[in-house]
Design a protein around this ligand. Structure first.
Ligand code: 3SL
Length: 249
């Protein structure tokens, strides 16, 4: 059983105040698709990802950094923003495109949730793609842990809560951890109900149905995979990098 102090799950990025994350270890979750895209970009050796709140912040940073190795990325309501280099499909973040590049990422819910959590003690980004790496990292923590689901426009998104529940389940070795708070209990119960059908639940989620009108199903198929990599995205000084990336000497 993990050594954590308390374990909670927040259902959307509007469901908490920044102060509630102080000194806590946070995992931001946006299974469809921002977390999965961030993990994929790092898997394909992007140098780092700068999450931003909106288009204004994205253009301010791109002007001040002004480098050839910078890509402007993101979506609004699922659609690539006009003038940006990339949208938010993980398939756009292949190594030919992102290797050694710094990405500015602006998404409807995911990057806003990350920005809201910057005051936490540690901030990781998780999705089913890196489940075991996240669980292993949290197992070592002795602080309060909060799993922040990005959700969709103030609402809960079932795919995010299901992933949070999967983490809660693993941190308690299959039982509810004694320090689980109400949000963690709800996420645990959801995961327990659907654990044999994760891809089906994700495919029938409101967000997946919305995405199917905008893209084909391959993004949802991709984001429904479990443990395809051991990337640990961590935010430091406003930039997300892979904790396990080999340091250049
Ligand atoms: O809201 C977000 O951050 C996105 O991941 C949404 S979408 O999957 O690109 O529609």
């Amino acid at each position: 059983m993990a050594n954590l102090k308390t374990l909670d799950v927040f259902f959307s990025s509007q469901s908490f105040h920044e102060e509630e994350l102080r000194n806590k270890v946070v995992v931001v979750i946006d299974v469809l698709r921002a977390s999965s895209t961030i993990i994929t970009a790092l898997m394909n050796q992007a140098k780092g990802i700068i999450p931003v709140e909106d288009m204004g912040e994205a253009s301010r940073i791109s002007q001040s950094v002004g480098s050839d190795n910078l890509l402007l990325c993101g979506e609004k309501d699922g659609i690539k923003i006009e003038g940006y280099d990339l949208g938010n499909s993980p398939f756009e973040y292949n190594s030919d495109t992102v290797k050694n590049k710094t990405l500015i990422l602006n998404t409807t819910n995911g990057t806003k949730a990350i920005k809201k959590a910057v005051g936490s003690a540690e901030l990781y980004v998780g999705s089913f793609l890196n489940l075991s790496t996240i669980v292993q990292t949290l197992h070592e923590e002795e602080k309060d842990i909060v799993l922040v689901c990005a959700g969709w426009r103030r609402r809960m998104a079932i795919e995010d809560l299901l992933f949070a529940g999967n983490i809660v389940h693993k941190l308690g070795n299959g039982s509810l951890h004694p320090e689980a708070r109400d949000g963690a209990k709800v996420a645990f119960g959801l995961y327990d109900k659907f654990r044999d059908n994760i891809p089906e639940v994700i495919h029938s989620s409101n967000h997946a149905v919305r995405l199917k009108d905008l893209t084909d199903e391959k993004d949802v198929d991709y984001c429904s995979q479990t443990d395809i990599c051991d990337i640990l995205p961590v935010l430091n000084d406003g930039i997300i990098t892979n904790f396990y990336a080999k340091k250049e000497v």
